[in-house]
Design a protein around this ligand. Structure first.
Ligand code: SF4
Length: 319
């Protein structure tokens, strides 16, 4: 999942990230000139916002404080975050609220499907909070959302960006059987950073999840993303690329980590556009079907256009 800019205020006296309250402050650094985004507020942006509100839906665009929201929502591209706005994990990079989530909303699949139809989306990205409290990690809810969208908008292609379903046997197979067009699961960072950046997750488990998707359905597109600027080395990123290719992952996204608040993991470095371009070149050389590497690349940024490019690349025999 992506991050950035904490615009949130404590809710009814409860901090958004209770587990981070006691952490030392890390001042948020000024962003370099090459990170500039469009301000939100165009008429189409407001229309998108109204549809999201009308359906009572949660978006990762808002919850993660994504810097691309002005651009994406001006094209009606919103990424829905299902199963609530509260995550059972507490990653050091993420701005999504943490704590014990409420019960699932059984009407949510239909609400999402209705919003997808009203927005006229040809490609939709659905993600979720981690729901370690549920027996299947929320796999069945993902399935119901896919089915509801298929019934309502059969021509819309569906991309799922899932949590890792750690210790939930059968969850991945259930989601794959629902037949999304793209199965995305982010590694987020290199293995040496997991204990500080993503302590509730396991690198090998996430990698294995991606491999399992391909084993279950070799034609399903798989995708994974990382943030850079968290203190990883270049060689670690290159090794991670090899690991993903060993799992036959098709599409790699690499974006700059931005720090949501003083209590989040600090930005260790701002990677230059030139370094991103080098990562992209190397990743293509390693055999990815598609690569997006830039400061503002996020998992769901330009997902519809990228899906078309993925299909074209496969049709051209490149994967
Ligand atoms: S990049 Fe993804 S999360 Fe960010 S605003 Fe666009 S659709 Fe939303």
């Amino acid at each position: 999942m992506v991050t950035v800019l904490d615009r949130s205020a404590p809710l009814a006296g409860r901090p958004r990230h209770p587990e981070k309250v006691g952490r030392p402050d890390s001042p948020v650094q000024r962003k370099p000139d090459w990170i500039r985004v469009r301000a939100p507020g165009s008429p189409v942006y407001n229309e998108t916002r109204a549809i999201v509100r009308e359906h009572g839906l949660v978006t990762v665009c808002e919850e993660a404080g994504c810097p691309n929201i002005g651009e994406c929502w001006s094209k009606k591209h919103a990424t829905f975050m299902i199963m609530g706005d509260t995550c059972t994990r507490a990653c050091a990079f993420c701005n999504v609220r943490t704590g014990m989530p409420g019960p699932l909303d059984p009407a949510e699949p239909e609400k999402v499907a209705d919003a997808v139809a009203k927005l006229g989306l040809t490609h939709v990205v659905i993600t979720s909070v981690d729901r370690d409290d549920l027996a299947d990690g929320g796999a069945q809810h993902f399935v119901e959302v896919v089915h509801a969208i298929r019934r309502r908008s059969p021509d819309t292609t569906i991309e799922l960006l899932t949590p890792d379903f750690l210790r939930k046997p059968g969850a991945v197979a259930k989601v794959v059987a629902a037949g999304p067009d793209v199965f995305n699961h982010n590694l987020e960072t290199v293995p040496s950073k997991y204990l500080t950046v993503r302590p509730g997750a396991r690198y090998f488990h996430s990698l294995r999840l991606l491999q399992e998707v391909k084993e279950l359905d070799p034609l399903m597109f798989t995708k994974s993303g990382i943030m850079v600027g968290l203190g990883e080395t270049r060689n670690e990123v290159l090794q991670l690329m090899d690991d993903l290719r060993s799992a036959n992952v098709d599409f790699l996204t690499i974006g700059q980590y931005l720090q949501p608040s003083r209590k989040h993991h600090p930005v260790v470095s701002f990677i230059t556009p030139r370094e991103f371009a080098a990562y992209e070149t190397i990743a293509y050389a390693k055999g990815f079907l598609l690569v997006s590497a830039s400061p503002l690349t996020r998992s769901s940024h330009h997902a519809g256009e990228d899906f078309a490019r993925l299909r074209a690349a496969r049709a051209a025999g490149r994967g």
